[in-house]
Design a protein around this ligand. Structure first.
Ligand code: UT7
Length: 329
């Protein structure tokens, strides 16, 4: 009987780099309140957002993803031919096919990588870390370029004051490669399709009418789910990595709302001194890009350092969630 050879990779994987690109246009709450009936005070109190970043006329999801990807590869010290796979998480790509990942891989001049998009909304980056980790350790790819990118400003309904102030545009990229030490814990992930209508971008209805599809969201329902069921998942991700809250140096939750982050902190009972990402203040909610952008900001400001142990948790439309413990690059 012939034996089928199977792929094997290194025992561990790690993040080799992180790099981000933000929308060039700064939209503060004052400007936002020229579009919707709201106030700077209300938006800050309810979310922590002071301003958000939108693309300008020179930027697209493709351009931001390509720029972030190029920086991440450079910071990882790798050549184009060492990236074996490109995964992009986005809900902002206008084409059913081909994927944004294929276009980005081509733009970056990568040589024949596997390339595909995943649709897991605000959990997409953490879903992607789970996939990249498994791909590297399983021998499917030496190095994976993972990018979360959104240009959500195009999908915002400025007639809907309950959601319009939240969303923003940016790209965050990491390279995941082999490691001598355990550096990425197991990914805790899942979904609850019974809550599919809670956050929605209904494409085809709008396209038939000639409109760009718009985001709809039942904010209170998402808020409740995130602060109960998903807060519980942060404990599961820690436990899966064999760690306690006091082992953490950094907490990087999806930047959806500072009040959700506060509630998760109470749930986790993190010790004083754990650095908590608050990138939402000047960025808004950039969905799949929010976790890597927040990571990069903490490293750039010196609030966190390379090698710190961080807990991530992403959650959003689906509803879906994913999180894991990882060492910052
Ligand atoms: O990233 C994907 C995952 N998404 C999320 O995690 C979002 C989760 N949800 C949230 O972050 C919050 O639900 C929001 C920030 C979206 C909204 O905050 P909220 O505290 O849940 O507000 P609400 O919808 O319960 O509205 C409270 C009040 C209402 O008035 P009444 O009924 O109490 O009189 C709204 O009509 O605030 C009113 N309101 C506003 N007032 C001023 C709603 N939107 C606005 C507004 N400005 N923009």
């Amino acid at each position: 009987m012939p034996t089928i050879k199977t792929a094997t990779g290194p025992a561990y994987s790690k993040l080799l780099s992180v790099a981000g690109v933000r929308g060039n246009r700064v939209v503060d709450n004052e400007e936002m309140c020229t579009y919707i009936d709201s106030s700077d005070e209300w938006i800050q109190q309810r979310t922590g957002i002071v301003e958000r970043r939108w693309v300008d006329e020179t930027q697209t999801a493709l351009s931001m993803a390509t720029e972030a990807g190029a920086k991440a590869i450079e910071r990882a010290g790798l050549n184009a031919d060492e990236i074996d796979a490109v995964i992009i998480s986005t809900v902002s790509h206008f084409k059913q096919t081909p994927s944004l990942a294929v276009e980005v891989a081509h733009g970056l001049g990568l040589s024949d990588p596997a390339a595909y998009d995943i649709s897991a909304a605000c959990a997409g980056f953490c879903y992607g870390i789970g996939q990249a980790d498994a791909m590297v350790r399983g021998g499917l790819a030496r190095n994976v370029l993972l990018i979360g990118v959104e240009a959500l400003s195009m999908f915002i309904d400025l007639a809907d004051r309950s959601t319009a102030f939240l969303f923003s545009d940016g790209a965050g990229a990491v390279v995941v490669g082999g490691s001598d030490e355990p550096s990425i814990g197991p990914t805790v992930w899942g979904s609850d399709g019974s809550q599919a209508p809670v956050i929605d971008i209904r494409s085809w209805d709008s396209v038939e009418k000639g409109d760009i599809p718009k985001i709809t969201m039942e904010g209170r329902a998402v808020f409740k789910w995130a602060t109960t069921a998903i807060a519980e998942k942060t404990h599961e991700a820690l436990a899966a990595a064999g760690l306690q809250p006091e082992d953490l140096q950094v907490f990087v939750p999806h930047q959806a709302n500072n009040r959700i982050t506060d509630s998760m902190l109470r749930h986790l009972k993190l010790p004083e001194g754990v650095v908590v990402a608050r990138d939402i203040t000047h960025m808004g909610n950039s969905s799949a890009a929010s976790v890597p952008l927040a990571m990069e900001a903490l490293l750039d400001s010196g609030a966190a350092k390379s090698g710190d142990i961080a807990l991530t948790i992403g959650f959003g439309a689906g509803l879906v969630y994913a999180g894991q413990v990882l060492r910052l690059p």
